[in-house]
Write a protein that binds this ligand. Sequence first.
Ligand code: PMV
Length: 319
Amino acid sequence: MRASAIAQPNIAVIKYWGKRDLARNLPAVGSISVTLSTLYTEMQVEIDTALAGDVLLVNAEENRSMLARVSDCVDIIAGIDRPAVRVSSKSNFPIAAGIASSASAFAALVVAAAAAFGLSIPRNRLAQLAGRASGSAARSMLGGFVELENDTDNIRVGSLLSAADWPLEILIAITAPGPKPVSSGDAMEISRRTSPFYDLWIEQQAADLAEARAAIRQRDLQRLGAIAEHNCLKMHSVMWGSRPPMIYWNSATIACMQTIRELQARGVAVFFTIDAGPQLKAICAAADVMTVRTALLATDGVLELMQSGIGEGARLVSA
Ligand code: PMV
């Protein structure tokens, strides 16, 4: 009747931007991400027949704004005739600020909800169900380097390399902790409808995925960095070209980008990526992490730095 699960957020190196099926929340493109190890969301789902409706607590405070999405996700797992649930979520990082909090939240939620209702659902099916709530959540079902394949009528996730196979470090430079002004789901639709670059973005994704897959297979950080930065900046160009434009960056985001480019010019193997928020994520070899930390901490506007290795997929912690 009660189960808890943990999931880690993931950072895409080849991005998902755009939906091809709004009703089923299917992505228009495939994507590749790394699952983080130190940031987490823990979700507890408790069936409570005494409740009149579902209740959501986020970090011990009642939250109504996310309740509908959470209830819909539990419906997808357990059916709409299910009893009410109390869902409690705990995260050790800021939510809705472009650090993929919805990915870890919904990945943990599907695992916990399936266990609370006593359902045994294969992992790939759980990934598809998590993906209905948040496209990137499907990738947090697995650890290491994860590819989300955008099949004809559904999605499939697969692991390209485990965390132990290529132990990189990820630094997240927090430049503004607040929630983002436009949700990624809404922003993707604005891009699809209005950006003159949108079709080209979709068209080129297969080539970007193939290049990243090859770089990951060879564990070639420079090669992966080149395609990841290109793919990230192309996604933001789609947003900048939208009407209204969506500019998630601030001046510190750009300053961080310049810091990474200066490190690269000095021969440090590091690359950046930025999602639908103002935080910059730097990915580097473990041996270079202190150099990258020091440079980002000295960058104007960096409020805080989070660090993570590459971690595991969503898992049950108690049932
Ligand atoms: O899963 P969503 O709906 O929060 O969208 C994620 C979009 C990006 O983070 C910008 C890119 C990605 O692939 O994670």
